[in-house]
Write a protein that binds this ligand. Structure first.
Ligand SMILES: [Zn+2]
Length: 111
């Protein structure tokens, strides 16, 4: 399940979490119309977030990978909730660490 948020840096407000891109567009448009008369605020942020409410675009590649895996694992338990379960976060870290170790072993074996 994907989660999105709209952030207006002029008003310093963030929209509630929405699950559809269409809903996100509507959220941004409604805010711009109601508060800014249709103008687009400078530096507004809009996009997909992880279950912790962080924008994927703002995360480093490794943190984004961890968030994707932890999100996917947490969604297995409860799709609607926010936050990562401890086992999902740990599982994602172990998966990334295990994959890195495996690649290291394969490279070492090939040399
Ligand atoms: Zn605003």
């Amino acid at each position: 399940m994907h989660r999105y948020r709209y952030r207006c840096t002029v008003c310093r407000t963030t929209s509630p979490v929405v699950h559809q891109l269409d809903s996100l567009e509507a959220e941004g448009t409604a805010h711009r119309q109601a508060v800014h008369g249709g103008h687009i605020p400078d530096d507004e942020l809009i996009g997909e977030i992880d279950r912790l409410g962080r924008w994927y675009a703002a995360l480093s590649p490794l943190a984004a990978l961890h968030a994707r895996i932890a999100d996917g694992l947490s969604d297995l338990r409860n799709e609607k909730a926010m936050g990562h379960y401890w086992w999902a976060s740990t599982g994602a870290a172990l998966l990334i660490g295990g994959t890195a170790a495996l690649i290291l072993l394969l490279v070492a074996a090939a040399l």
